[in-house]
Design a protein around this ligand. Structure first.
Ligand code: AMP
Ligand code: ZN
Length: 476
């Protein structure tokens, strides 16, 4: 058996073999750090974390690189005129910081929340602003080879007509793109579908010297330059959200393949959006949730993680509080299972344990190998749970065997099941004491302390809910 993935470029599920045996080079398009990473962004993060962990369970070493977009992302992508304001500068104006301050603040926040969701560290998180020389070198090479041109004002564009495969990933044709392009950009660009590699702008807050004057890079070029620097000319897997396919990934392919003459990515994986009321999670519509909103409703980060990974990455997912309640039940079920698996020195071996564990190991990995069929993978865990519940006591050998399987499963799910199995060190009386302390802190308007107590309890698996009848609590 080996992995099979859906490749968005060929639009088919194909058998996956990395170019170098045993090593997977994976590049994930990361966040634009101009605002709080929301639960929708986290769906992508959790999804690629599960992919990486599944590949590791399958025996591969995964070299995972995720970029941090801290410059050059226009609010109206690829529009050459001044109306396309940079997202970072837009945020800087909003928050009365500068663009560098915005980037630092939201990069730190991104790492905080992904760690909360137990998303493993990638090998590197290269920042676009730290790779300007690599981007300039890439652009110079494209100009030299006739794939890019400099306009009289000093902007540089990629000439899509020089790359016949442009449009293959997204299914767009250059003619369609031309027809949809804005009239005012026609003058500067040779072809309306051409996209910016460098923007001359000495008023931009983040600006660098370049052979074309002071300015800043376009958004797409960062990924081509950084992917090449860290992983080489050809990636095994390139991922992104469904919105990244066009224009971002289409442009990355053109820039990279025009330069190297090699296939840029052997597999393109795109995750569908997390929706709210059937629409993309959106700040302006008031339907954007961050992890803190989810926690404030009494859901632990591991429940959110479980919820986000529980749907297939190529299926849209609708965010509802009911779905999080259901995820809580599932996580509690797993916790109940693992708490039962404790060795009993006098219990005899039960052959059913070995059978159930072998089946769960096999079915779980086989499901993941099948284009990350997470429903089938979770069904294998539920089946294991059913079998474990029938075991009245675990011999030490059976408990060790069961834990081997649980550890392998949790190496992918990342739910911290080992911690969940530890005896709770807080008794009911301890919890009540801390709730009383929190109530007193709130009365004294010491909200920082009150919030800290809530967080500490959550970290120990105790969820507080503020209800009209007072504070209620439960174990996660
Ligand atoms: P951005 O910060 O907007 O560049 O997004 C970072 C990553 O999150 C990109 O790969 C997006 O495709 C992905 N993303 C953004 N919104 C959503 C959403 N609602 N659901 C899933 N993924 C998303
Ligand atoms: Zn990218």
């Amino acid at each position: 058996m080996s992995f099979r993935f859906h490749d968005s470029l060929t639009r088919e599920v194909r058998t996956f073999e990395p170019a170098e045996p045993g090593v997977v080079r994976m590049y994930n398009c990361g966040p634009t750090v101009y605002s709080h990473v929301h639960v929708g962004n986290l769906r992508s993060n959790v999804c690629w974390d599960v992919l990486r962990r599944a590949l590791e369970l399958g025996g591969y070493r995964v070299r995972q690189i995720m970029n941090i977009t801290d410059v050059g992302h226009l609010t109206v992508d690829d529009v050459a005129d001044a109306a396309g304001e940079d997202k970072m500068e837009f945020a800087a104006r909003r928050e009365q910081l500068d663009a560098w301050g915005i980037a630092a603040k939201y990069t730190a926040y991104f790492h905080d929340v992904r760690r909360k969701l137990n998303v493993r560290d990638a090998e590197q998180y290269p920042h676009a602003t730290a790779h300007i020389p690599e981007m300039i070198a890439h652009i110079e090479e494209l100009i030299r080879s006739g794939h890019a041109y400099v306009t009289p004002v000093g902007n540089v564009y990629f000439a899509v007509s020089t790359f016949p495969a442009y449009g293959r990933l997204s299914g767009n044709t250059v003619e369609e793109l031309d027809a949809g392009a804005r009239i005012e950009v026609l003058e500067e660009k040779r072809d309306p579908a051409d996209f910016a590699l460098w923007k001359r702008d000495d008023k931009h807050q983040m600006q660098w010297d370049s052979p074309w004057g002071r300015g800043f890079p376009g958004w797409h070029i960062e990924c081509s330059a950084m992917a090449r620097k860290y992983l080489g000319d050809t990636l095994d897997i390139h991922t992104g959200g469904e919105d990244n396919a066009f224009p971002h990934h289409e442009c990355e392919i053109a820039q990279s393949e025009a330069l190297t003459g090699r296939t840029f990515a052997r597999f393109w994986l795109h995750t569908r959006f997390l929706l709210v009321d059937g629409q993309k999670m959106s700040k302006s519509k008031g339907t954007m949730y961050v992890v803190e909103d989810v926690e404030a409703r009494g859901f632990a980060p591991r429940v959110l993680r479980y919820y986000l990974l529980s749907a297939h990455y190529r299926a849209p997912m609708n965010f509802t509080w009911d779905a999080l309640t259901a995820a809580t039940e599932s996580v509690r079920g797993f916790d109940a299972m693992v708490r039962r698996v404790t060795p009993d020195a006098v219990a005899p071996n039960d052959p059913a344990v070995a059978v159930a564990c072998a089946k769960a190991d096999k079915d779980f990995l086989a499901a993941l190998e099948d284009d990350l069929n997470i429903s089938a993978a979770l069904a294998a865990v539920h089946e294991l749970r059913g079998a474990m519940n029938k075991v009245s006591a675990f011999s030490p050998a059976d408990a060790a065997r069961a834990w081997g399987t649980i550890d392998r499963i949790d190496s992918v799910l990342g739910l911290g099941l080992r911690d969940a199995a530890k005896p709770q060190d807080l008794g009911d009386a301890d919890v009540q004491r801390l709730i009383d302390e929190r109530n007193a802190a709130r009365k004294a308007r010491d909200f920082a302390r009150a919030d800290q107590i809530r967080k500490d309890l959550l970290a120990k698996g105790i969820v507080l809910e503020d209800t009209p009848q007072g504070v209620k609590w439960r174990r996660v």
